[in-house]
Design a protein. Structure first.
Length: 74
């Protein structure tokens, strides 16, 4: 599903794993939208996501999350 966000940007909800998550992705956690500001590679394919708020979340390589991603225009 895609929709228009602020400034007319196209936003899409997609499923990601530790290998496909990107900086700038927005993850809904506990009713709060958290934007990924940094990614740290961990052993065994895991990643630590660092959010703009300073909080972090560690995900295993098999973890699946639905995120909102701003699609870039070409």
């Amino acid at each position: 599903m895609s929709e228009r966000g602020p400034g007319g940007a196209l936003i899409s909800n997609i499923e990601v794993t530790s290998t496909t998550v990107q900086r700038g992705d927005i993850i809904q956690l506990g009713g709060c939208a958290c934007r990924v500001s940094d990614l740290l590679q961990l052993p065994h394919g895991a990643k630590q996501l660092v959010f703009e708020s300073g909080e972090s979340l560690t995900i295993h390589r098999r973890t699946r999350l639905v995120i909102a991603r701003t699609l870039r225009r070409r």
